[in-house]
Design a protein around this ligand. Sequence first.
Ligand code: HEM
Length: 220
Amino acid sequence: MTTTATTPFSTLIRTASHEQHTEAETSTFMGDLLGGRLGVDAYARYTEQLWFVYRALEEGACALADDPVAGPFIQPELMRTASLERDLAHLRGADWQRGASPLPATAAYAARVSECARTWPAGYVAHHYTRYLGDLSGGQIIRDKAERTWGFARKGDGVRFYVFEGIANPAAFKRGYRVLLDALRADELERRRVVEECKRAFALNTAVFRELGELFRASA
Ligand code: HEM
């Protein structure tokens, strides 16, 4: 409709996923984790799940660097895999990778990201947006809580995933990112499909939280 045509795409995608954002934010697992009601093992298992997702995102990124649609979004300062690996070595020890396994919901999420990276660059952008803009926003709240709850050094090992060393001003970075979203090389129909993929990305995240919630229950 006309609103879709005139509303900046960055506003459209944010508004369209607002309800699901609240759902993810208020999931039992996230609530318990951020409420300090879970042990560090739950945080470690969650971090491990993120590693599978970011590996899919960032392996896909290499192949898309020159893509006219997704290419502008691929920026080295966003890359999180190396930080996650440092966090996991801290949380689980040097051989963390040997015991790492994706939950079924994580495997499904990572598979969808890889599929988009291979076959649908605009769909990949939906996943890119959902993760990185979230990490630059609410991720900072999670870092703060994690540092306090489990005693990690401020912005140190255990929470490096949340620290974007190469981004001095996250608010300015997010503004720039929204400019890129508004300029996405996609017609209206394709943009609607991207919004749908973003909702799917949120649902995939919520499914991971659900499975983590089944594994880890609050002790009090
Ligand atoms: C407890 C968990 C979470 C908290 C506390 C949180 C909090 C926030 C906050 C405060 C913002 C900034 C809103 C603004 O700038 O207007 C934000 C933005 C965002 N969050 Fe979350 N969030 C959480 C979980 C998630 C999850 C699980 C995802 C998806 C994987 C996500 C994706 C996003 C995205 C994509 C944005 C950017 C919206 C935009 O400006 O376009 N968040 N979040």
